[in-house]
Design a binder for this molecule. Structure first.
Ligand SMILES: [Zn+2]
Ligand SMILES: [Zn+2]
Length: 73
């Protein structure tokens, strides 16, 4: 999936778990927020796919229920 720099709106380059912006010369990471309770989610990798876990709801969240944003790593 393509990620964009929050400052420039330019596509970021994948660096493992992080994302690099040429223009910022900075690294970003994806932050996930639970659409149900607003807590920050933990990213868990299972079966090659990444899922989001909410500690407050105590359950995995489907992509349709979460909000993601790019934050400085
Ligand atoms: Zn940038
Ligand atoms: Zn939650």
């Amino acid at each position: 999936m393509e990620r964009l720099c929050p400052k420039h709106g330019t596509p970021l380059e994948s660096r493992g778990k992080l994302w690099h912006c040429e223009a910022c010369n900075a690294l970003y990471k994806v932050r996930g927020e639970c659409g149900d309770c607003g807590s920050e989610l933990e990213k868990v990798a299972a079966c090659g796919a990444s899922n989001w876990w909410c500690n407050r709801c105590n359950e995995l969240k489907s992509k349709s229920k979460i909000k993601t944003e790019m934050v400085a790593a």
